[in-house]
Design a protein around this ligand. Sequence first.
Ligand code: HEC
Length: 332
Amino acid sequence: MILQKNFAAILAASITASGAASAADAGRKLDLANDKAYEHVIVPIFAATCTSCHGAEKAKGKFRLHTPEEITKSETVVGGKPGESTVIERIFLPGEDEDVMPPEGKKQLTEDQKKLIRWWVAEGASFDKKISELNVPADIKPILTSYVYAPPKVVVIKKAFDLPEPAAAADAAAVGAVAKAGVLIMPLAQDTKYLSANAINVAKSFNDAQVKLFVPLSEQLTWLDVSRSGISDASAADIGKLTKLTKLHLENTAVTDATLAQLGGLQNLEYLNLYGTKVTDAGLAHLKGLKKLKKLYVWQTGVTEAGAKQLQATLPEVEVNLGWKAPPEAKK
Ligand code: HEC
């Protein structure tokens, strides 16, 4: 549940209304064995045609369709029952009907897109199943085969950082390798080469070996979330190479002070979440050189108030959250 919440929060923060292809992954055939029905088929369709009105910024009809949570809450989709789902009812209305969605004059769904949405709903409207885990009827198969997946455009709601643009775009093969591992990787915003990567979808299987996939992206990767994954101190050296990171989520992993000892090179880091790890005051001492650090979450760790104060003596701007305020996973 928490996993899904965080995932939803991330999507909420990153997906905007328009579905044009973005630079890192501008259109590719679906991988019918590994791609997911919701993430790879439905999200791009909703993002291109629905979420400008039912999304992060607007809630026409008083509901939103841009995250799994909001879709569930909206009750417009009833898994397994397209006949009871108002989304299906509305999109299949004749074009001239005044209730048709999207409304007349707005970017319309193609017949294939309508069929794909109905298929997804009929198959249970799952948010995490792979296409290959669902029944694919004969009339849907050719649509999926020719479907071009392009990740939805992303938008940065709040200005994230002021780093100069990377000299070069990320190596497409390296991005592909990360995506293939199940990590959600996308541009941080429309006009930047910076990337964000989030392993929350595959946290259970994500481990130290896969962290190496990020190293070739060290010039572009600026947000990294490997929280709740199987990584350990064995990843510390690799994470330490990701010098453009501004935001790093390590909460609820097995990392210890030994990892903190190797993060000294992350000179751009502004946000570090260590909630629920075994770090202590001794580990925090290694962070003293991180001049840009502003937020540090050490709730449910070995860090004490005295340790936090010591760090603040060197880094007066850092806000250390020991848990008595907002819970650390409350991301905006
Ligand atoms: C231009 C804005 C706009 C776009 C784009 C749009 N909608 Fe809507 N939608 C509305 C408005 C306004 C309402 C409320 C009035 C109404 O019910 O017709 C609404 C209502 C709905 C309802 C009825 C909800 C209920 O509880 O009865 C559904 C379902 C719906 N939209 C689905 C969609 C889907 C799916 C898409 C994309 C394929 C979409 N909409 C695109 C503006 C939009």
